[in-house]
Each structure stands twice: as C-alpha cells, then as structure tokens.
Design a protein around this ligand. Structure first.
Ligand code: MLT
Length: 352
C-alpha cells in the first residue's frame, strides 16, 4: 500500500519534469517547425499542464471524524472552492493518531494538486508529541493558505454537579482518579486544551480518546464521559440547547458568540489560551501554478458572504488576508511549532 502511494507520488512528481524535457528535446522543436504553429500550441508543457488544472475532482483530506469541527470547516471551504475551481472538491475523512494519519497520507500523495489537506494546530504540535512522525510539517508540504480561527469551550456532561469553573476544579480535586476527559487523540486540539487544563489545575485526568470530537461529543451528551474541551464550530448548538455544562471559553478575550461567558483566564486559570487555526496544504513539490489556483480559490471562498456568514455563525473568524497566503501559512506554522514544542516537552506528553 505504502509502496504504491510512493510510486504514484514518484510518477506524478516526475510528470511535470518529463513534460519539460519532452518540450525541450531537439526532435520536438524540429517536429514543431514541420507541423507549424497550430501543433506548437497543442504541445504539452509544464506550464500548460498546470494551467489546465483542475481537470478532475480534488480530494480534500480531513484528519478527524465526519460531522466534527474540522469537517464542518472543510466542507464549507470545499463547497465554496469548488465553485472557483470548476471541479468538485470531495471531502475524505482519514482518521487516526490525532490527525497524523491524514497528514502522512497527503505528504506522500502525488504533488499534482488533486490531494490536499486541511488541518489545524495539530500540524504544529505533532512533532513534539510523536518522535517517529512520518513527515516533516515544514518541508513535506506546499502551503496553500490559512482559513479561519476558532475558539474552544470547556464543557462538562449536563449532569455533572459543578456549575462554574471553580466548582469544577473543586469537584475534580475531590474525585481524583475518577474524572475523565474526552479528546480526539494526541495531536488533536481537544488534547492540547485538556493538557493545558490539567497542567493549570495540577491534577491528572483519565484521557478517553476518540477519532474526532464528533464521537467525543456524542459520548459527552450521553454522559459517558465527564469533560471535553472542544471548538465552537461544534459546541455552540449544544451550549445554546443547554445540553452541556459550559465552564468557559479558551480565548484570551470573550467571544461574540458567547458574550456572557467568561474566559478560563478570567475565571482563575491565568494565561490560559488556546485558539484553533486551520490551514490548507498540498504535498511538497506541487507546481506553483497549481498552488496559485488553490490559493485563489481559498481567498475567493473567504470573500463569499455565505461562507463568512456560515463561519461566523459557528463562532469562527476568517483570518486576515496576509495569513490567507502560502507564506502566511508557512510562517505561522513555524511560529506555532516554536511556541508549542517546548510547552509539550515540558508537560512530558508523548505518543511513543
Ligand atoms: C475534530 O474535527 O474532531 C477536532 O478538530 C478534533 C480535535 O482536534 O480536537
């Protein structure tokens, strides 16, 4: 399986180079002279192959379960980008290992623009969590651009006795070893948020990992787990329907969607801050003309009032234009790796 992926990668990676060689070969110029200008215009060339892109559907790989927060952003973007690209952008959920299964898959896919990845902070936290990570976030991808930032909320099951953050902390302290916390695996933002929460209160909780926070939320709603830190893109409807206990938002300031809800920092966890950011990636070596097309589609999607309204409804905030660029994503990813790696190492959290 891995061999065939690498083979496809090699084949597609060499496709443009082979086309370039063919276009430059002397016999081709002689043939072109003989056939005339019309034939020259139909000759394959790398620029023309990339210009024709896309000629078939594009797969957008999502690292977590369908119906969850990353999936919601992915499907909103895929539908909007397909309008500009003139081809379907099909969402494919490849689950496992806190998002690293998907990232590894796209890193090894053919660099032709037909397999792309949407991922969040997990791109930056995985290197510190996984000592045998099968890809390098900064060098195994071509960057398309950033999409939107999403606040998180700390929730409890509806029948948890604690009503406020101080009550929750007291409850956890009284029930040490009995309280569990759901997450979407090492590399998920729910895990990152949970890790910071445990560090802030100085108590270890039992982690219950799922393949995404969609199933984790189902478990919370069914009172099978106690606590979940999750993104507003999934949690807002459950908060509004009063189906969960809300203990605070994870951003440094209050959010528009929940103006009366205090931040965790305000409620006593000084300096607590997690904000989820999303980027779109292609395998390293994707031709610049293809990246331009994808980035143009990303930026057009983010200008679409329907996309803006949908994301705002979910508590998400479209990133400024300078972050919507390949360089904006690359520099942000680098800064996030530098920010989170020492924090994760100090927390002693490891996947292997
Ligand atoms: C998801 O889409 O399920 C989440 O983004 C998982 C997570 O990172 O917590």
């Amino acid at each position: 399986m891995a061999g065939s992926k690498q083979q496809r990668h090699r084949q597609a990676g060499s496709e443009y180079a082979a086309q370039a060689k063919r276009a430059q070969a002397p016999w081709r110029w002689m043939a072109l002279a003989a056939l005339g200008v019309a034939a020259a215009l139909t000759a394959p060339a790398p620029a023309r192959a990339a210009d024709a892109y896309p000629t078939r559907p594009i797969t957008m790989v999502v690292p977590f379960a369908a119906g969850g927060p990353t999936d919601v952003v992915a499907r909103t973007m895929a539908a909007a980008m397909s309008k500009t690209l003139g081809q379907s952008v099909v969402v494919e959920n490849r689950l496992g290992a806190g998002g690293t299964v998907s990232a590894a898959y796209v890193a090894k896919a053919a660099p032709d623009g037909y397999t792309i990845l949407i991922h969040h902070n997990g791109m930056a936290t995985a290197p510190a969590l996984y000592s045998k990570l099968p890809y390098k976030p900064l060098t195994d991808f071509s960057f398309v651009g950033q999409v939107a930032d999403v606040p998180m909320t700390l929730l409890g099951r509806h029948d948890l006795p604690a009503r406020t953050l101080p009550e929750l902390i007291a409850y956890i302290r009284q029930n040490q070893g009995k309280v569990n916390l759901a997450n979407a695996g090492l590399g998920a933002v729910s895990q990152l948020c949970g890790m910071l929460f445990q560090k802030a209160i100085g108590v270890e909780l039992t982690a219950i990992p799922y393949q995404g926070t969609a199933p984790a939320m189902t478990a919370l709603l069914g009172s099978q787990v106690d606590i979940l830190c999750d993104q507003t893109t999934q949690t807002l409807p459950h908060i509004k329907a009063d189906k969960v206990k809300l203990y605070g938002v994870t951003t440094s300031t209050r959010i528009k969607a929940l103006p009366d809800t205090a931040t965790l920092a305000e409620s006593g966890l000084k300096g607590f801050e997690v904000k989820v950011w999303h980027g779109i990636y292609a395998p390293h070596g994707t031709p610049p003309a293809v990246i331009d097309r994808l980035n143009g589609a990303l930026r057009t999607a983010l200008k679409d009032p329907a996309v803006a309204a949908r994301l705002a409804d979910l508590g998400a905030e479209i990133v400024p234009q300078d972050k919507q660029t390949p360089e904006g994503l690359r520099t942000w990813l680098q800064s996030e790796i530098e920010k989170w790696s020492p924090i994760i190492k100090a927390a002693g959290v490891k996947a292997d």
